[in-house]
Design a protein around this ligand. Structure first.
Ligand SMILES: *Cc1c(COP(=O)(O)O)cnc(C)c1O
Length: 352
């Protein structure tokens, strides 16, 4: 892998506690380009510096672009552990396909990532709750205003040392169930990690924030009756001792943390199911006292307990701290990721 050295390294953040999420970026990125007729070319690790794009580049106008999110952790044996990267590459290929972006060579992306991680190992934070966040992306770069798939693309991988995703760590969050706006539509792009989905979600998130909530709980876009997911997390509930999460409906992002949580619970012999969950059911369970936990799952936040959910002016109070199931999943996942628990599932790819 070609590496272009940079002249001056960037200063590293002084303290883990100041990291926040996605505020600092490392010295290098991985990039490769695509051009119709040539395929993917020019794979290299290069200095992380501003890149020039033509103002007519299609990503700026039509949002033809996708991204991924994964995390790397220092392991007790000195290696770098990446959590389930093959799952992210596979999902990125599916997102690419949905957005008419050409398939990319996964082995080359993985080699680029590993080269980058070895070079940037000193940037991986050590503190509890910290990680090196990995952000691969593909954007359409062809300068042309016609509405059709671009014939040129840039693939890049950014690295960012991160602390807690939410400012208050694993304190329970307050969700507002959204019954007006939708972030995606049936037959739309909800299953893909593509750029426009997030822009479409900002308005409802801003309104919720102004009303004192942390995040939006999205309902199904067709009927607004069934629970789907949170801004950048999938959602789980514990009802009557059973852990339930909405089944993948086509408008839900198929989270890798979600999938891992289901596997862990199954493996422990706990009752866990994927099915439709109506807000009505949650309200009833809350009134009956059987809704004992709610939590979000995602790479960035890992497990985020939900303290309350507001739906049409009614508040369901769920808990003031992390529940038993959420804590079990948090400890298991982070233990496997950090190499302090045995990786019985083979989820951590070690890079030496
Ligand atoms: C990325 C994302 C998730 C979580 O997926 P993970 O693979 O667990 O990180 C959930 N919902 C949305 C909308 C997302 O973009």
């Amino acid at each position: 892998m070609k590496i272009i050295q940079r002249a001056v390294p960037k200063p590293k953040p002084a303290e883990d506690s100041a990291l926040g999420f996605g505020k600092y970026f490392t010295d290098y990125i991985f990039t490769m380009r695509y051009r119709e007729g040539i395929g993917w070319y020019d794979a290299a690790v290069v200095p992380n510096e501003p890149i020039a794009f033509d103002p007519a580049a299609s990503v700026f106008h039509y949002a033809q672009g996708i991204f991924e999110g994964m995390k790397a952790f220092l392991q007790p044996d000195g290696s770098i552990g990446v959590f389930r990267p093959e799952e992210n590459w596979a999902r990125m290929q599916r997102s690419a396909d949905r957005m008419c972006i050409p398939a990319f060579p996964e082995a080359l992306a993985e080699e680029g990532l590993e080269t980058l991680l070895r070079l940037e190992k000193d940037w991986i934070p050590h503190g509890p709750g910290t990680a090196l966040y990995i952000r691969p992306a593909i954007v359409a770069t062809r300068a042309e205003l016609g509405v059709h798939a671009s014939s040129e693309y840039l693939f890049f991988i950014l690295l960012s040392p991160v602390g807690s995703y939410f400012a208050h760590g694993t304190q329970p969050v307050k969700l507002l169930a959204e019954d007006v706006y939708a972030r995606v539509a049936p037959g739309g792009t909800g299953e893909a990690k593509c750029l426009g989905n997030y822009a479409a979600s900002l308005k409802a998130a801003e309104i919720a924030r102004r009303k004192g909530f942390d995040q939006v709980l999205w309902l199904d876009p067709a009927e607004k009756k069934y629970v789907e997911e949170v801004g950048s997390m999938n959602i789980f509930f514990v009802i009557d001792g059973e852990t339930v999460t909405p089944s993948l409906s086509g408008t839900i992002l198929p989270g890798i943390t979600r999938k891992s949580c289901i596997a862990i619970l199954n493996n422990l012999g706990r009752r866990v199911s994927e099915r439709r969950i109506s807000v009505e059911e949650l309200v009833k369970a809350s009134q009956a006292g059987t809704l004992t936990e709610a939590f979000g799952t995602g790479t960035a936040a890992v497990i985020s307990p939900v303290g309350e959910i507001c739906y049409r002016g009614e508040t369901m109070k769920i808990g003031t701290q992390m529940g038993e199931t959420a804590a079990l999943l948090y400890d298991t996942l982070t233990g496997i990721q950090r190499g302090t628990l045995p990786d019985r599932y083979g989820w951590v790819k070690k890079i030496f």
